[in-house]
Design a protein around this ligand. Structure first.
Ligand code: GCW
Length: 730
């Protein structure tokens, strides 16, 4: 039957068939949603036989989005138009793909899968075989439309990753309720710690100009189950709450809504003063409380399903309740009371430290532990994975498991502020997973961080670069964030499985390619740790921009912004004693967790300098002395980047497209150069304390320490600071 819709599809399909000959460049824009025709003839035959046509009753914008994705995706993958049958009364054909909820689809209601549907909740889905009216096929079913959308994306993923459709029995339910991207995007479109161009949110042309990219952003997020987006940076401009900007945020919310994404805004705690004209922002002042209530009511008039506020208060110069002698709970509760009638939430950040003499990594716990139970029910505390600041490796934050009366969000950084920006290939799933799996011992052995959280927030690495994230492999970190947040409590080796499916969708299903890229990705985080901050070192990056090594740096206005504060090198050894003989940050952990690190002799090598000051000649578990091991790690890091380069070079003739192959090759060149820089600069510097030689016969630094110390980086991306010293009058 050729109706209008089919004609359109057919035309599109014929056009798509022509595309390879006019050679569509692999510019990375399509992310992991590429839907190119499956080449393997047997697989194609299996899929074409299993999926005859699509039964859909698109009664909502969300179901419409799901049906669009399935028709585009299936037509692309199967290389033939897939007919969509809307009629509820139409007879079921053999191989009909039934998609929907019992409420939206009569055939699905007739399956009577109620008992399987009940546990799915509001976002889960089933993908299973059915027999109905003597016909057989596959059904994607959920309780809600957004569950159907997630199921549709999952089904497409099965095909994209070449899974068999022969015995499907999938039940998928998200482990965490909140799976949120935090954009650190400023209203002038710069992105704090952003390395992929300007913000994708073109505030200036919103709300009338709606870039099609906003829809593609929503599709990508929905495909991995991300259900929230904080549009603006936590260093928030109060302007975001003015009517003109609320209408811009509302336009985005309208585009994201069908994809199950709620919009949140970061707010500046002083907004009642700066845009409200009040003399104070004291959260206990009735006029301030009334202002927030009115403002929140106004926001809901623009965005009826507004998610709520994200707040950075009394941290790094941001205003907060402590400016008025009030606690974080007082501050959060004033906002929470305004949001509660609308079912909105406050996500209050635990990233606070005051520049006091107390070990910086202890301060968040000291601040929030005593406040447990003092926050309203609709306040969540958002805690960075580690107690310091998104380092290549840190122990988990002691707040996980320590404030049982508060729901927690785990905050991870997808953008690579401390991991080589978008220049370095670093797959972050192993870092995220290390935290999720870490045992807090909060309720005895076997209480992983994942069991203490209600949600996960990821600081986005997205910008307006054509490939969204700068480095083609940085897309994997966005993808992995969503997938991990969805399945945070599943006990399997998720990093490997997620890398596998991402590679298959983004690059190729060729086993040789999958194998090589997976090896590179899974090794890459440890490689970065080796050439940047091995053995538990932390925060020895360049001041302010955080790119490249500067372990010598001691000029920052605050002690806890200086690398020397964190590594504590001296003639005796290296490392920060955080045990009972030092800052005793260890005490903030449950006794079971402490035993892992407390004793210098037992402490794992990969954390030892975080917890202990270790003598240069002390032997580590590796059998090498600290100095030998430090050298070994830095040299291994460089060698391993060169290994990644070799792996990549070997792939060119095996099917990676020229455009992305060349891009990654050049970026690996930068990474190699930077790894050498890190190794040389750090070893030359630490050598001034250890007074021991670099390994005999090893590649020697090609510059002096003074050379590295004098390197200046100007205009590093991601920071407003140009790096040029201010010596003259402005
Ligand atoms: O990692 C630090 C960054 C700041 C950031 C801060 C935070 C948004 O250097 O740029 O500010 O963390 O998390 O608030």
């Amino acid at each position: 039957m050729i109706n209008n819709r089919n004609l359109v599809l057919l035309t599109l399909f014929l056009w798509a068939g022509l595309l390879p000959s006019i050679s569509r460049a692999e510019d990375g824009y399509r992310l992991w949603l590429r839907y190119d025709r499956i080449i393997d003839p047997q697989l194609l035959q299996q899929y074409r036989a299993a999926i005859h046509d699509l039964y859909f009753n698109t009664t909502s914008a969300t179901l419409h989005a799901a049906s669009d994705e399935l028709t585009t995706g299936l037509s692309g993958l199967l290389g033939q138009p897939v007919e969509e049958i809307h009629s509820e009364s139409a007879a079921i054909n053999e191989g009909a793909l039934l998609v929907g909820t019992p409420a939206s689809s009569a055939p699905i209601a007739r399956l009577h899968w109620d008992s399987a549907l009940t546990p799915l909740g509001k976002e889960g889905f089933l993908i299973r075989h059915y027999t109905l009216d003597g016909q057989h096929g596959i059904a994607i079913v959920a309780n809600t439309d957004v569950g159907v959308l997630y199921g549709a994306f999952h089904f497409l993923r099965l095909l994209q990753t070449h899974q068999s459709l022969r015995s499907l029995d999938i039940t998928s339910i998200p482990a965490l309720q909140y799976r949120v991207l935090d954009h650190w995007d400023n209203l002038n479109r710069t992105v704090e710690r952003g390395y992929a161009g300007l913000s994708i949110f073109d505030w200036w042309t919103l709300p009338l100009y709606k870039d099609s990219r906003y829809t593609d952003y929503a599709r990508a997020n929905a495909s991995v189950g991300i259900n929230g987006s904080v549009l603006n940076s936590v260093n928030a401009s109060p302007i975001i709450l003015t009517p003109a900007w609320l209408s811009k945020a509302a336009a985005l919310a309208d585009i994201f809504r069908p994809y199950g994404i709620r919009v949140y805004l970061s707010v500046n705690f002083s907004s009642p003063m700066s845009i409200g004209g009040l003399p104070t922002a004291d959260p206990l002042d009735p006029a301030v409380q009334a202002w927030w209530k009115k403002k929140v009511d106004e926001i809901y008039s623009y965005i009826p399903d507004f998610g709520g506020f994200l707040v950075k208060a009394n941290s790094e110069g941001q205003p907060g309740p402590q400016n008025y002698g009030r606690s974080h709970a007082d501050g959060a509760n004033a906002l929470a009371d305004a949001l509660a009638p609308h079912h909105g939430i406050v996500i209050w950040r635990a990233f606070v430290y005051s520049g006091s003499s107390e070990d910086r990594v202890k301060q968040a716990y000291d601040e929030f532990k005593p406040l447990d139970g003092k926050f309203r029910d609709n306040v969540l505390l958002q805690v960075k994975n580690g107690p310091l600041d998104f380092q290549p490796r840190e122990p988990f934050s002691p707040l996980f498991g320590a404030v049982p009366k508060m729901p927690l969000m785990l905050e991870v950084q997808i953008t690579q502020e401390y991991l080589g920006f978008s220049n370095h290939l670093v797959y972050l799933a192993p870092l995220f997973e290390e935290c999720l799996n870490a045992d807090t011992y909060a309720k005895g052995k076997g209480t992983p961080v994942s069991a203490t959280i209600t949600g996960m927030a990821g600081v986005a690495n997205i910008g307006n670069d054509i490939n969204w994230c700068g480095h083609p492999f940085a897309q994997a970190n966005w993808y992995a964030f969503g997938r991990l947040a969805w399945c945070a409590t599943s006990p399997t080796d998720r990093s490997a499985a997620i890398a596998d499916e991402w590679i298959r969708q983004t690059f190729s299903n060729n086993p040789g390619i999958v194998d090589t890229l997976k090896k590179m990705m899974l090794a890459s985080r440890e490689i970065a740790v080796d050439y940047m901050t091995p053995l538990g070192l932390a925060h020895i990056m360049g001041y302010s921009h955080h790119y490249g090594p500067a372990p010598w740096y001691d000029k920052a206005s605050r002690a806890d912004w200086n690398p020397v504060y964190f590594h504590r090198a001296d003639s005796a050894g290296l490392g920060f004693d955080r045990t009972v003989t030092g800052s005793n940050a260890l005490e903030q952990y449950a006794p079971g967790a402490r035993t892992l690190w407390a004793d210098k002799k037992d402490c794992p090598d990969n954390a030892v300098l975080w917890w202990h000051h270790v003598g240069w000649n002390d032997r580590l578990h590796s059998g090498r002395t600290l100095w030998e091991e430090l050298c070994h790690k830095y040299y291994t890091g460089v060698d391993s980047v060169r290994w990644m380069q070799k792996c990549w070079d070997a792939l060119q003739p095996r099917g990676i497209d020229a455009e992305r192959w060349q891009q990654v090759k050049m970026l690996l060149g930068i990474q190699q150069q930077d790894a050498v820089w890190w190794r040389n600069a750090c070893l030359l510097y630490f050598q001034t304390f250890s007074r021991q030689p670099l390994p005999a016969g090893a590649e020697q630094p090609d510059h002096t320490l003074a050379y590295y110390e004098n390197l200046q980086l100007y205009y590093a991306p991601g920071t407003a600071n140009s790096g040029i010293p201010q010596t003259t009058n402005p």
